[in-house]
Structure formats: C-alpha cells, structure tokens
Design a protein around this ligand. Structure first.
Ligand code: PGA
Length: 255
C-alpha cells in the first residue's frame, strides 16, 4: 500500500449552484468541519464565487478551485477566463475536462490537454477528469477508453508537473445519477490509471499522484470507496452542497 506517498484529497464540485449569499453560508458551515480534517480539502466553485471563497477561506485549510479554465493566456475569447486571472485572485486548483463539459460544451481530449498545460504553466493544480460512458462500459472497453484519455489528456506534461495533477476517475453513468460504482469497480479503474501513469512516467511518479473517485459519492458509500488502495479521495458533486454531508466525507478520508 503506497497511500502514504500521496495526499488524499476531497474536492467539492459545486457545478452551477449557489449565489454569493448561499456560497457564504455554505463555506462558513464547512470551515469548522474542515478544520478537523486530516486530508486535502478543496472547494471548486462557480467563477462568480471564487473571490468570495478565497476571502472567506484565508487562514484555513480549505483551498479554492475553479471549474474550468481557458488555455490561451489572453485575447479575443469572449466569455472565457485565463489561468493567470485565477491565480491572481488566489485560486489554487481547477477542474478540467469534467464529463459535463465534454458532453455539453464540446470539450475534447485535445482541449483538456491544452487546458491542463496552461493551468500547470500558471501554477494551478489541475483536477483532470476521465471516465467511460455507460455504453462503453457495457461494450467492455472501459480500460481502453480511460487509458486513452490519460495518454491524450496528459500528452507532453512533464513528470514533475504530473505529480502536481490530480486525476479524478468519474464513470459518466455514476455522475448525479445516484448509481455509484462499486468499490471494486472504482479500485479497478483507479489502479488502471496508476498503472498507465507508471508506464508513461515511472512507478515513483505514479505512486505520487492523487487519484480520486467521483460519481454519487456520499456519506453512506464513502468509507468503502475511500478504503480502496488506489482511491485517494473524491470529487464530490451533490454531497458537497450540504455541509454536514461534506463533513462526513472529510472524516472518512481522514481515517
Ligand atoms: P455527483 O457529481 O457527486 O453529484 O455524482 C460528481 C461530479 O460530477 O464531480
């Protein structure tokens, strides 16, 4: 078991939820719960809540992340936000390639790769999301799909940079559906991701990378998922919007 070689991280993905007053209330409720946590604590919030989140979490162990970033440094890209804009206000993490972005906003492995490199170049820690669709699992090609995503999404990313990257394995069929992967399924693919990293880089690098599971993780299933040797935390949607539920996940990850 090489869990000691990497950090366990619980990251909330708020998606398109919470106005500013609602965000303030949730962050204030999370703070005392996070204080006791013996794991990395990240909240990824909508762009409009980033400054509020950075301000309210100053001096705490909660880190703030964005939910997307553009790959160009600046220019005529109406509606987009650059990595420098995020770091300048104190954002430390960014989710890249979430399946909702791939599904609804035309995100491809090529743009995920470009965003990942831009984020790393600016000093952000990317949380790169990979995962198979239901029919891909049913066709028996989960391993091929996920290994391909890892190779493409991390193309040309150095070993040093990949150690700063979190990979989130999120089977698309488990996101927001209440259908959680079994702990065996989660472990199988997280291990496959680590083995792929070992082939691309080295075992030492692979052992240092935090690999999360995401998809309907909640207080009732988190212990078993987080106990798996290659599951180093979670990317949490629904359960990150309720402080007490998020607190249970933080506790489970601290064991
Ligand atoms: P969920 O979302 O926990 O609501 O399934 C996870 C995610 O999309 O990151």
């Amino acid at each position: 078991m090489n869990k000691a070689l990497r950090q366990t991280v619980i990251a909330g993905n708020w998606k398109m939820n919470k106005t500013r007053p609602e965000a303030k209330e949730l962050i204030e409720a999370i703070k005392p719960l996070a204080e006791k946590a013996d794991c990395g604590v990240v909240i990824c919030v909508p762009f409009t809540n980033l400054e509020t989140a950075v301000e309210l979490t100053k001096g705490t162990n909660i880190k703030v992340g964005a939910e997307n970033v553009h790959f160009e440094k600046s220019g005529a890209f109406t509606g987009e936000i650059s990595a420098d804009m995020l770091t300048e206000i104190g954002v430390e993490y960014v989710i890249i390639g979430h399946s909702e972005r791939r599904q609804y906003f035309g995100e491809t492995d090529e743009t995920v790769n470009k965003r990942t490199k831009a984020a790393l170049a600016a000093g952000l820690k990317p949380i790169v999301c990979v995962g198979e669709l239901l029919w891909e699992r049913e066709c028996g090609i989960t391993e091929e799909i996920v290994a391909r995503q890892i190779k493409l999404d991390l193309f040309d990313v150095s070993a040093e940079d990949v150690k700063k990257t979190i990979i989130a394995y999120e089977p698309v069929w488990a996101i927001g559906t209440g259908k959680v992967a079994t702990s065996e399924q989660a472990e199988e693919v997280c291990k496959l991701i680590r083995d792929t990293l070992a082939k691309l880089y080295s075992q030492e690098v692979a052992d240092a990378v935090t690999i999360q599971y995401g998809g309907s993780m909640n207080p009732s299933n988190c212990e078993e998922l987080l106990a798996q040797p290659d599951v180093d935390g979670g990317l949490i949607g629904g359960a990150s919007l309720k402080a007490e539920q998020f607190g249970v996940l933080l506790n489970a990850a601290s064991k």
